[in-house]
Design a protein around this ligand. Sequence first.
Ligand code: SF4
Length: 357
Amino acid sequence: MPTPARVRADACPGVFAPHDAADGPLARVRLPGGAVSAAQLRALADCAEACGDGDLHLTSRGNVQLRGVTRPGLATRLTDAGLLPSPSHERVRNVLASPLSGLTGGLADVRGLAFSLDRLLCSTPELASLPGRFLFAFDDGRGDVAGEGADVCWRATGHSSGTLLLAGGDTGRRVARADAVSALVDVALEFGRVRGSAWRVAELDDPAWHGAPVPRFDVPVPVGLITRDGGFAAGVVPRFGQLSATQVRALASFGAAVVTPWKSLVLPDAPADVFERLGFGGEPLGTSACVGRPGCMKSRADVRADAEFRPGLRAHFSGCERRCGKPSQSHVDVVAEDGGYRVDGRWVPLEELKGSL
Ligand code: SF4
């Protein structure tokens, strides 16, 4: 169902346009396809310590954020690390890709597609004005990122064939893997021409932009030790998607990583004892929460303290109705109010919260 066009300007944060949060400027760093090298992980850890609050915060779009960025030098550090290749396009490099692609499962290897799309995106001047909320995705056929609400998604139907989804709906348009990148860029260019004040494809009224609904499946999120050809990968789950600089450097000791849209990471190459060596991240996906108090001035509560991280419990705590960072998979919806929470719409006083989940 199309929604009314936006009347506010798109204020998605970036590095050059940080969000003014209660705990200081918040900078978002885009990682197309979630891909980040070991050297870039170390650079991000250094940035968190030198410029921010010392932590790295994962987002539900497979990007990372630095909070409390009160000291200078972030853009220079990120540019030197290759994490800010195009100042004019930094906020539009929102690209998801199936995190386990090429490692295990899936119908096609989409790892290189996100990289190619990023390069084409950054070299197309018209796309610099794309809304920062516009999301691209490459799903390798397993259906994991196709359900993450991308504006335009290429979903593999075979090794070299795929289909085009718009706002999660199947357009029926078949696109070869070799043409996937240009097809997604063409859609973004056309969206830019017709969007008016819309930020997302779902906001367009023209039925030509709405495909047939695709059934949504809860695809398991990669967590724990994962057997793959020739070794292991690891799905690492930091509590509330937050990593200290020390933890980020520990991850980098195992090589490159992929940040997932589920506030977790995949290490493509991991030893069998990776979690013993890391000392964190081996639990299943659990409670998630927005940043809450004191980081967000809109929050009615310190939601992370109230939530406590509970592995296996898919509940999302929000400090207000905006529900930032809520998972796209099925979950218990927990929203703060004065003195308690609404749990799936039911009022629960704070003292009874633990027993009600
Ligand atoms: S859900 Fe509300 S309280 Fe939480 S971070 Fe978003 S705006 Fe702030």
